[in-house]
Structure formats: structure tokens, C-alpha cells
Design a protein around this ligand. Structure first.
Ligand code: PMT
Length: 219
């Protein structure tokens, strides 16, 4: 039946923001809440899958018996947690908003206020989706693209670069889409084409994404 179409399947989902330490009291972060990633986890689980969520700092959690959550802070921790799980999953969905850069050496003690300007030196973080995309075998992988301009072109570039099967584009130009809202508006792109969906609750958006994944996987 439709509700058991993912029975026996294992899914990895990244969710939420990452926090990159500046010193013991401060970090670089972003506006992701984890709502999109956790909505996907619930939908996959409701279709019979076992779900591993690797989440950055978020107030969200799950009580579903088939959903296991690992909490991390930084991009490096998120990568390490995902690497430990990736080889065993059938599907991976990268819904986290991972910081592209981190302070190179977080200060051991709180940075004191002194000069009028303060310069932080940032280094590139690992790209979790791209790293796992390189070593993927059987996995069906789904990325997200959060854009503010040139949306379709940038999303297509990420689809190829990160070796995704599908990419879910959300644009901050669309009202009610992206970070923190209970709603989202998406376009799903693959190597053959694209389909655009209406503004909906993140639960309904998760249903649409899971439907497309199942269809593409022939389930
Ligand atoms: O959590 P919410 O408040 O519900 O908001 C949901 C969301 C807007 C965060 C979500 O829908 C979303 O778009 N997530 C991806 C955000 C993002 O950082 O996109 P990106 O275009 O920068 O990255 C492209 C893809 O690579 C994403 O799948 C991202 O998870 C992944 N990535 C990026 C950088 C990095 N270092 N590692 C990654 O895995």
C-alpha cells in the first residue's frame, strides 16, 4: 500500500543551521530552524522508512519511534555524524543550512571589547553534500538550494556539482518561503526537468518531496 512504500528503507536527513564558534560565548549562524528537515523526517517515517536526522542547533525533536536524532553544532561535527551513517542509507536529504565558512581558530577565552574594529579570519568548511556525493553508490540523494538571485541556474549548478539526483529550490524572493516560516514554496529540479509547487505548509511540502523521490526511485 502507499503508506508502506518505504518499508525497509533507511533515510539520512540533515536539518537546521550550524553554529561556528568565534569564542566560548559567540558563534556564526543562520536563520534555519530545522522545520523543513524535521517535516521530511516525519513524512519519510510515516511511509515506513527508518530515519536518521543529523541536526544542528534547533529546538525541534521527534517522538516517532522510527526517527533517531543526532544533535551537532558545527559543520565539521555534522559531516562526521553523517559520514558514520551514509554508507548504510538508501536515501539522503540535505536540508541543513550549513555555514560555508568558520572562524579558523576559535578564541579560548571570551574576546574582550577593545578596538573600534575587529577582524575575524574565516576558513572554508567542508561541504557535507558534496563530500558524500563523491562517495555515493546506491544512495538516492536530494539537495536543497537556497537562493536570492539567478535561482534556477544556481540550483542546476549545485545539482551537478554535488551529484544530487534531485534538488529542491526555495527562493527568499518568494513570500513565505525558506527560513523559519511554517510554509515553503519549492521547485524540484532533476537532470530531465523541473516542477514548481504552490506555497504550502512545510508538512505538505515534505509530502510532495517524498512523493517525487518515491516516483523517481520507482517505489
Ligand atoms: O530550517 P528551516 O527554518 O525550516 O528552513 C529550511 C531551509 C531554508 C534551511 C531549507 O529549506 C533549505 O533550503 N536548506 C538548504 C540551505 C542551504 O544552505 O542551501 P545552499 O544552497 O547553501 O546549499 C546547497 C546544498 O548543499 C544544501 O543541500 C545544503 O544542505 C548542502 N551543503 C551546503 C554547504 C555545506 N558546507 N554543506 C552542505 O551539505
Amino acid at each position: 500500500t502507499k503508506t508502506q512504500r518505504l518499508a525497509g528503507k533507511k533515510v539520512l536527513i540533515t536539518a537546521g543551521p550550524t553554529h561556528e564558534a568565534i569564542d566560548p560565548v559567540r558563534f556564526i549562524g543562520n536563520h534555519s530552524t530545522g522545520k523543513m528537515g524535521f517535516a521530511l523526517a516525519e513524512r519519510f517515517a510515516s511511509q515506513g522508512a527508518t530515519v536518521e536526522v543529523v541536526s544542528g542547533p534547533s529546538t525541534l525533536s521527534s517522538t516517532h519511534a522510527a526517527i533517531h536524532v543526532t544533535k551537532v553544532h558545527s559543520a565539521e561535527e555534522m559531516l562526521e555524524a553523517c559520514e558514520a551513517k551514509f554508507d548504510n542509507v538508501d536515501i539522503a536529504v540535505f536540508a541543513a543550512a550549513v555555514a560555508d565558512y568558520r572562524p579558523d581558530t576559535p578564541a579560548q577565552e571570551k574576546i574582550k571589547k577593545s578596538n573600534n574594529t575587529l577582524t575575524l579570519h574565516l576558513v572554508k568548511n567542508p561541504d557535507i553534500a558534496a563530500t558524500l556525493g563523491k562517495r555515493k553508490k546506491k544512495q538516492f540523494t536530494v539537495g536543497f538550494a537556497l537562493e536570492t538571485t539567478n535561482e534556477i541556474a544556481y540550483a542546476k549548478e549545485k545539482l551537478h556539482k554535488k551529484n544530487f539526483n534531485l534538488i529542491v529550490l526555495n527562493s527568499l524572493k518568494d513570500q513565505g518561503a525558506g527560513f523559519a516560516h511554517d510554509t515553503n514554496k519549492i521547485t524540484i529540479l532533476d537532470h530531465d526537468g523541473s516542477s514548481t509547487f504552490d506555497l504550502k505548509s512545510k508538512q505538505e511540502v515534505a509530502n510532495d518531496i517524498v512523493d517525487v523521490v518515491c516516483k523517481k526511485m520507482g517505489l
